[in-house]
Design a protein. Structure first.
Length: 154
């Protein structure tokens, strides 16, 4: 397998793991926690998040490294800013957002503080988290769909 093939495989697997994780958290974990999974919903959320966050960080790092390599190897830097390749700009922006979320905002507790703004109760906190994750998931799926279509000439 060529270096290009390896980079594409690493990129695809890391993006699938990353978005699959967002889908799981959005569609399964957060709704289960909101409906009373366990006696302490915040503790359940924290324990599950504690196991997934490192995986998400690795997936985001691998997606960034492989994506950067692909940009360089394919000479695709020139594609940035062209309307036909909107998905590439969106992909980089989405990746940067998650780098900030996973490596800065979440470790500093800023997301938890923002979600608890105004001393909201636990239920409202969880429903806010569900809405934020759902929005991030939809954006990610639109970008992946656009990338799949755009990279095949559509």
């Amino acid at each position: 397998m060529s270096d290009l093939g390896i980079a594409i495989a690493v990129h695809l697997v890391s993006v699938v793991w990353w978005l699959g994780g967002i889908a799981f958290v959005t569609a399964v974990m957060l709704p289960a926690v909101a409906r009373g999974l366990g006696s302490d919903p915040h503790e359940a959320f924290r324990r599950i998040e504690q196991r997934f966050a490192p995986q998400a960080r690795v997936a985001v790092i691998l997606a960034g490294l492989s994506g950067g390599y692909l940009l360089w190897r394919l000479g695709a830097w020139t594609w940035l800013g062209h309307a036909a390749f909107w998905w590439l700009d969106a992909m980089i922006g989405y990746w940067l957002l998650f780098v900030l979320l996973l490596f800065v905002i979440e470790p500093l507790g800023l997301m938890r503080r923002a979600m608890h703004y105004g001393n909201v109760d636990s239920d409202r906190f969880l429903y806010r988290m569900i809405r934020v994750h759902a929005l991030l998931l939809v954006i990610g799926l639109v970008i992946v769909g656009g990338a799949a279509a755009g990279s095949h000439g559509y």
